[in-house]
Write a protein that binds this ligand. Structure first.
Ligand SMILES: Cc1ncc(COP(=O)(O)O)c(C=O)c1O
Length: 443
């Protein structure tokens, strides 16, 4: 407690430590005791920053001016080009120190109900709570691939204080489920959103790491089916492994011309501008890497992620764990219902037992991700491998017209042989987890 008489806003009275930080502590303790701990708990891309990005950052280290709040114009132009959605243009892109900061500010600026998908990225609920917003979860389940339907969306709207206006936060591809929406599924959601004048923040930060689109193409964006009401959020944290660089952005449609300047004003009161050397380096990064570029970096990363995801999901299914194949990024959302027992009755006891007995760290979905505490689902980040080594070991076969998944299938990349070569750590981690399941499951 503070010695001085500090008063707190209601939403800051009880500050809980995030579950992944609790895990961090436990992992550190276990490692200090000389124990091996396999790490599926943290959503951090294991690949190195692309070489061109590293070189560009060195080159621009002398950039020291406060740049425009909104971000450098050539950077915003490259961002729009990378996404290839006609409706956006550089004048309506807002660059921030991560898209997390931009959604934080957005939640404070708007005054309307917020709709979150269950499951969703852990941060969104904290942000709407901190901003004191009315919010409603939209249900999903394993059978709908953790995706919402128009029906469930409508049910949530009916519970809100108003049925007109609001903000839906759609994480697509999803953290924690690793699932993405098809055009038809997005159209269904857009139909309801349009009917109720609800705008959508479509968080597409994992979209460039999609396994079922060609290397020259983008995953279908909500902005293509609902252009007038969609703000797209993304950044370089995931696909370019630049989480610590802190650069993300939101793209606004012209129909939301009133919202952007208000958030921009909040940006100017908050962070002024994203670090200038990072912005200049990001221009070169986007020029030379990413979708439809000559470089193989993104293609290789997507193939390796897809191979590791497939190997992990296949191994879990063999021991009776329910899990969908990932479609993008670096998350799976397995359900360990076959391990329910007297002492494992909720996600927390499940994750604690897997760590203590199996030496595998993995965060339960539970309330952190908008799920029920009793559900035995977890978020599995399949990132426990040396990304630099994996990139060196993967020999890219020059076959055009293949998606990452087709590449993995054609060249048998989810095989034991390939995994031993490219991601040997993952082999050990998956064996530790499946071994634990075998010992604990109710056969
Ligand atoms: C779904 C999702 N959105 C946004 C972010 C954060 O992005 P940024 O690094 O641009 O703030 C993350 C990272 O953990 C994420 O998983």
């Amino acid at each position: 407690m503070d010695k001085m008489d500090v008063k707190y806003e209601a939403q800051y009275q009880q500050v809980h430590t995030a579950r992944n930080l609790v895990f961090n502590e436990k992992i550190r303790e276990m490692r200090a005791e000389g124990k091996t701990v396999h790490n599926f708990a943290f959503g951090q891309n294991p690949f190195p920053v692309p070489q061109v990005g590293q070189e560009a950052l060195k080159k621009h280290v002398g950039e020291n001016l406060y740049e425009a709040v909104q971000g450098l114009l050539p950077l915003r132009e490259k961002i729009v080009e990378q996404h290839g959605v006609e409706h956006f243009d550089a004048s309506r892109v807002l660059v921030g120190p991560g898209c997390k900061e931009l959604s934080w500010l957005m939640m404070h600026v708007i005054k309307m109900p917020v709709y979150l998908v269950s499951p969703t990225w852990v941060t969104y609920e904290s942000q709407v709570e901190a901003a004191n917003k009315e919010f409603h979860y939209i249900k999903s389940g394993f059978d709908s691939n953790w995706k919402i339907t128009a029906e469930e969306f409508k049910k949530s709207i009916s519970k809100a204080s108003t049925q007109t206006g609001g903000l839906l936060v759609l994480v697509n591809p999803c953290n924690p489920s690793g699932q993405s929406y098809s055009r038809q599924e997005l159209e269904e959601i857009a139909r309801i959103a349009r009917e109720h004048k609800i705008i959508v923040l479509s968080d597409e930060i994992y979209a460039f790491l999609s396994f079922d689109v060609l290397p020259t193409e983008n995953l279908i964006s909500m902005a293509e089916v609902y252009p007038e009401g969609t703000i797209v959020g993304s950044g370089i944290s995931k696909w370019a492994s630049c989480g610590g660089w802190r650069l993300g952005y939101h793209m606004f449609p012209k129909e939301l011309a009133g919202l952007m300047p208000r958030i921009k004003a909040a940006c100017s009161w908050s962070y002024s501008c994203v670090a200038s050397p990072i912005q200049y380096a990001a221009i070169e990064l986007l020029q030379k890497e990413g979708i439809n570029k000559e470089s193989d970096y993104l293609r290789k990363c997507s193939i390796i992620f897809c191979a590791v995801a497939t190997y992990t999901a296949n191994s879990l299914r063999k021991v009776g764990v329910k899990v969908h194949d990932a479609t993008s990024g670096f998350y799976l959302m397995p359900v360990f219902e076959n391990c329910r027992s007297e002492d494992i009755q909720n996600g927390t006891t499940l994750a604690d037992a897997i760590l203590a007995e199996g030496q595998v760290a993995m965060v339960e979905c539970g309330p952190c991700f908008g799920r029920d505490a009793s559900e035995l689902s977890t978020r599995l980040c399949y990132i426990d491998f040396d990304g630099k080594l994996a990139l060196e070991k993967l020999e890219l076969k020059k076959e055009d017209g293949l998606t990452a998944r087709q590449d993995v299938e054609k060249f048998d990349c989810a095989s034991q042989y390939f995994m031993d070569l490219v991601a040997p750590n993952m082999v050990k981690a998956v064996a530790a987890l499946t071994g634990w399941v075998e010992a604990r499951s109710n056969k």
